[in-house]
Design a binder for this molecule. Structure first.
Ligand SMILES: Cc1ncc(COP(=O)(O)O)c(C=O)c1O
Length: 453
């Protein structure tokens, strides 16, 4: 294949995600062919510094890791697949390794995307309701700035109104509660003077719906695509105590934060509480294989074992590609690399460095309303006016990211998720980032803000 024919094939036959294709009648799509470390190369030979880990917080260990490739290849030549109702070596070994870094958790259920992992969590909640509560305790509460996936039910449980507005009618049984972004407090309060109303709101929603109808609450530990929202330290312990009070399972969606992104193995481990269900995907195998996990406590798992005489008493779910062995083989290797290279430490150090550099940019550019983040999951909220906090228009935010891209630095941004509030630039470089990489990212953003705002 020549360069031209590949680009032509792409233009004529590939339907790109999240993309309006009219532009490709007069311009070419970006087609990537290789990557090494923090850099990716396109089909024309141009190199880009990737501050997004593969666009969506995934290639956390960087590109071109031969060890990852070999782990997958060795496993595929032994046995590539067997359905998940049976065991395989990497599935067993990874389950042990993962539960070792998640005290209080015991079981891993494998599937192959973040959406699917969340659906499994929902099905566990629904089945528990049918076994023990006559089907009543089936409702699932979610937050209005969180995202939990692309299927109709995970979209039904996502708060991104603009993203979901054309896909209704939605699955019943999902109920919304407010977010916890202090910068745009839904209760018009100020942290330090407030009562953490955003967390107590959960109790109001449960009471309103009827505690006997609510089965779980799903929350991102740090909201990612919804604009990098870091809860205050009191938030999750309050949520946990409300869940306990009403026998509501606490499901934490670690699809983005899981496996090191925030500087701990899991985002929830930054706070002092214990979830019942944790889901993860993107960084689990760092993009070298497709895998997602739904991790549960023994308490949840045992519910599906208690009544062996009942032919319906087990978790009656399957995921065909949850039986691919490449996923857990790659995931196990990724975990070992993070440990061996001490990458959680680097995420913390480089995360602090990145955040400090973003604060310096905030001193220079009035357009930066707030800098937020934990580890290498950072964002800056752009506003027209700091005092009114009026969000910068999405087209201007897009222009800033576009300017960086022209200068061969890829950064992320909130993407048509909230009407009039898609104004956050996202930074999530790989865990191997150096100060030099971050300086280049900051320089590109500095120039883009000068030129475009
Ligand atoms: C927090 C969160 N949960 C779930 C998902 C869905 O994951 P997937 O696209 O693998 O289905 C995403 C994807 O961006 C996400 O950010």
């Amino acid at each position: 294949m020549t360069i031209n024919s590949t680009v032509q094939n792409d233009k004529l036959h590939v339907w790109h995600h999240l993309t309006q294709h009219k532009a490709f009648e007069t311009s070419d799509p970006l087609v990537f062919v290789s990557g090494k470390g923090m850099y990716v190369k396109d089909i024309n030979g141009d190199e880009y510094l990737d501050a997004t880990s593969g666009g969506v917080w995934t290639v956390n260990l960087g590109f071109g890791r031969d060890e990852m490739v070999n782990a997958v290849s060795d496993q595929l030549s032994k046995i590539p697949y067997f359905a998940g109702s049976f065991g395989t070596e990497p599935a067993a070994d990874y389950a042990k390794a993962l539960t070792d870094i998640m005290p209080g958790f015991e079981r891993i259920y494998y599937s192959n995307s973040g959406s699917e992992a969340n659906e499994k969590g929902y099905k566990m909640v629904r089945q528990r309701a049918h076994f023990y509560n006559g089907g009543k305790k089936h409702k699932i509460i979610y937050r209005d700035r969180d995202y939990h996936g692309t299927t109709i039910s995970t979209l039904s449980s996502s708060g991104h109104l603009q993203r979901k507005k054309h896909y209704g009618p939605f699955t019943p049984g999902f109920v919304e509660m407010p977010h916890c972004c202090c910068y745009r407090c839904p209760f018009n309060k100020k942290y330090g003077e407030c009562n953490i109303e955003c967390a107590h709101a959960l109790e109001d929603v449960i009471k309103n719906e009827g505690p006997d109808s609510v089965g779980s609450v799903i929350l991102e530990p740090i909201t990612a695509g919804g604009g990098v929202i870091v809860p205050v330290p009191e938030y999750f312990p309050i949520i946990e105590s409300i869940c306990k009070k009403y026998d509501v399972l606490l499901h934490i969606d670690e699809v983005v934060c899981g496996l090191g992104r925030t500087g701990k193995w899991f985002g929830y481990q930054n706070y002092n509480f214990q979830p019942d269900i944790v889901t993860s995907a993107k960084g689990v195998a760092a993009g070298y294989a497709a895998i997602s996990v739904t991790v549960t406590s023994a308490k949840v798992f045992e519910l599906f074992k208690e009544d062996p005489g009942n032919p319906d008493s087990y978790f009656r779910d399957i995921s065909t590609f949850g039986g691919c062995t490449a996923g857990p083989a790659a995931a196990l290797q990724a975990l070992n690399i993070i440990k061996r290279e001490n990458l959680l430490k680097n995420v913390n150090e480089m995360g602090n460095y990145l955040k400090n550099k973003l604060f310096e940019l905030q001193d220079k550019h009035q357009v930066i309303g707030e800098v937020r983040g934990e580890g290498l999951l950072c964002g800056i909220e752009l506003v027209k006016d700091r005092s009114t906090k009026q969000p910068l228009d999405e087209q201007d935010v897009t222009a800033v990211a576009g300017h960086c891209l022209q200068n061969k630095v890829m950064i992320g941004r909130t993407n048509r998720s909230f009407e009039n509030n898609n104004n956050v630039l996202l930074f999530s470089p790989a865990f191997i980032s150096t100060k030099g990489d971050i300086d280049l990212i900051i320089e590109a953003v500095d120039n883009a803000l000068k030129e475009k705002t």
